[in-house]
Design a protein around this ligand. Structure first.
Ligand code: NAD
Length: 463
């Protein structure tokens, strides 16, 4: 699905006209291409103390450099970014990283925040602002909690001010987890990279020091076997593509009626196809049996298959309610049960489920869908502790407006409005959701437990 307005507004004459009329001017987002540098310009690392020093060393590690030891993560290979520790006038930064793990009073935010402010007018298109902070806890001293919670409000507001495809996101590091932990490092890298093009205004918690960094950042899923449901088209097909690009062997699952498209996707990613309705009582067993027989193991399950049957609740038929709940949540619960009891999904496994911003903020006409997607968010929170003993995780991605056949069915005017109602003023692409899923499916994300990451361009509705 193309966004003609976005194309028009980025062509010479119309660009000026849109500016004069005060119309939205969505930017063409910078997206990941293998082999491209992490950033296309220097980064400014603000903050003092050992955490800020570590982040600066991490970013400036040379390509092909030898891994370092000690408390520094053994991944100093290849970030290769020119790092500044003080804002230099006239430099156009590609990223500003605010290391705020040491703040103990709201006053401590002043120096780093105002130093960042002085660079923002010169931030490069597609630039990145990333905060690193600790969560505010009930047990914190009031001033500490105020400073930490302040980061949340600051970051979400700043993200709404950034322009030209730039984004602001934060990594929230649980107490006791070092900044050198794999999931902190990997989340920082994800937010800095072009992989997070449509993730904006989000704060992602890292709960533990579990996880393992890749030896090659371009192939973080090397050797892994991943199942993707609903893979025949849309977001599911993009997930299959991205997981395969990142090194995984992919099992593409979809209903028999989508068999032809499914085979095309499976062939494209050099994976295998499994025709299966995820609501079948034996779906979990069939997934495990197929993955083991054809690929020898199973590491990642992406629950992407989903349907909408929108109606106001007053007009909701039994069938509309039940079919949405059956596909979008009951099937996931049943498949997870089979995975957990099989004994074949116990080597640092990953479950990543598709939620939706509708399940967070609610959406008129979508009570059934939002109940199912809210259910996904609750399910991953409660499933993560069951997988943690084997180094496993369950997390969700909540897309906002994504350009697919599902959203193409929305009436034209509503669709035009819906896709502009976020900080990036455009709908996301299926690949944007797929990138977030690939990140959460990776070994490095082993410390992110039961979380839901929004991929919504900072949609105006909900957090
Ligand atoms: P889509 O309708 O384009 O594709 C969904 C795929 O799931 C189809 O190939 C379909 O055949 C398959 N499927 C449906 N029921 C199935 C079943 N019982 N068993 C196996 N496969 C089944 O949808 P999409 O836009 O690509 O959405 C993918 C996921 O992302 C869904 O879970 C959806 O709820 C979620 N999502 C989408 C958006 C968006 O804006 N498109 C926003 C939020 C969440």
């Amino acid at each position: 699905m193309t966004d003609r307005y976005l194309e028009l507004v980025n062509s010479g004459l119309t660009q000026k006209l849109a500016q004069q009329l005060g119309l939205p001017r969505p930017a063409v987002l910078r997206r990941h291409r293998p082999g491209r540098p992490l950033l296309d310009g220097p980064a400014l690392v603000l903050g003092t103390g050992p955490d800020a020093d570590l982040v600066a060393r991490l970013l400036s590690s040379p390509a092909g450099g030898a891994p370092t030891t000690g408390e520094t993560p053994a991944v100093l290979d290849g970030w290769d970014v020119e790092v500044h520790r003080h804002a230099t006038p006239d430099v156009r930064y590609a990223a500003v990283v605010l290391v705020l793990t040491g703040v103990e009073h709201p006053d401590d935010l002043t120096a780093p925040v105002l130093a960042a402010a002085s660079t923002l007018k010169r931030l490069r298109p597609g630039g990145r602002v990333v905060t690193l902070s600790h969560p505010a806890l009930d047990s914190d001293a009031p001033a500490v909690a105020a400073a930490r919670q302040g980061v949340d409000g600051f970051l979400r507001s700043l993200a709404k001010e950034l322009r030209q495809g730039a984004t602001g996101n934060g990594v929230v590091v649980a107490p006791g987890v070092p900044v050198s932990a794999p999931s902190v490092v990997a989340a920082l890298r994800f937010f800095l990279s072009a992989r997070s093009a449509f993730v904006d205004g989000q704060l992602l918690e890292v709960d533990s020091a579990a996880g393992e960094l890749p030896t090659d950042w371009e192939k973080p899923l090397a050797g892994k076997v991943a199942v993707v449901t609903g893979a025949a088209r849309g977001i599911g097909a993009a997930i299959a593509d991205v997981l395969a690009r990142d090194g995984a062997s992919v099992v593409a699952v979809d209903v028999p009626a989508a068999g032809e498209q499914l085979a095309q996707v499976a062939n494209r990613v050099r994976g295998t196809a499994l025709q299966l309705d995820v609501t079948a009582p034996d779906a979990g067993d069939r997934i495990i049996a197929h993955a083991k027989a054809r690929h020898g193991r199973l590491d990642v399950v992406v629950h992407n298959a989903g349907i909408t049957r929108d109606k106001l609740l007053a007009n909701m038929s039994d069938d509309r309610w039940a079919s949405v709940l059956a596909v979008n949540i009951a099937a996931q619960l049943r498949i997870n049960e089979a995975l957990l009891t099989s004994g074949d999904f116990a080597d640092e496994p990953r479950i990543v489920s598709l939620a939706s911003t509708s399940g967070i903020a609610g959406n008129r006409g979508q009570t059934n869908y939002a109940a199912s997607k809210g259910g996904v968010i609750g399910m991953v929170r409660a499933t993560a502790p069951l997988l943690a003993p084997f180094g496993g995780t369950a997390n969700a991605v909540a897309p906002g407006f994504i350009e697919t056949e599902m959203t193409a069915r929305i009436p034209a005017v509503t669709r035009q409005v819906a896709r502009r109602l976020n900080s990036l003023q455009q709908g996301g692409q299926p690949v944007d959701v797929a990138e977030a899923i690939a990140f959460l499916a990776s070994p490095a994300a082993g410390g992110i437990l039961g979380r839901t990451l929004r991929v919504c361009g900072q949609n105006m509705v909900g957090r």
